[in-house]
Design a protein around this ligand. Structure first.
Ligand SMILES: [Zn+2]
Length: 150
């Protein structure tokens, strides 16, 4: 198989400090039973994405099954992330009642090949967090490493 000339950069691993990881779960729990959504900001180095901060966004759909962001709020979050010297690593959203796997809707609405898609599931009262990269066609599961000590 030949490589595409302009293939998107694939980020193989997402590293999250424990405090940021716990914050992510907390902000998602707060929206339960609706889906939560937001941005993950951090730095990228040699295929590793280091998450530094979570930027929660309003789910204007206010639904347990879908999320929709406000364009102006996203734009402001982008500016804040840029101002703080970080990059946008990805997008997170929660699945209050289903597994931490991209839904058919997630597939249809994915359009950032360079982004990591993090899904926080609360299905059956159990917290499960998974990360995926999007190559324009399909999601591929990525490993998440929770880092202690920062
Ligand atoms: Zn979803």
């Amino acid at each position: 198989m030949s490589r595409l000339k302009n293939a998107p950069v694939v980020h193989k691993m997402l590293k999250i400090p424990r405090a940021v990881f716990e914050n992510l779960i907390e902000v998602c729990k707060r929206e339960f039973p609706n889906e939560a959504c937001g941005l993950i900001a951090g730095v990228r180095e040699n295929g590793v994405s280091y998450a530094k901060k979570i930027y929660p966004l309003k789910n204007i759909a206010q639904s347990p099954f879908v999320y929709e962001t406000d364009a102006e709020e996203v734009y402001n979050a982008f500016l804040n992330i840029e101002k703080s010297g970080l990059s946008i690593l990805g997008i997170y959203h929660s699945h209050p009642f289903s597994r931490a796997e991209p839904s058919e809707l997630d597939r249809r609405s994915a359009f950032y090949p360079d982004m990591i898609y993090v899904i926080v599931s609360f299905e059956g009262g159990i917290v499960d967090v998974e990360a995926y990269s999007w190559d324009g066609e399909k999601f591929t599961k990525q490993s998440i490493s929770i880092e202690d000590g920062n």
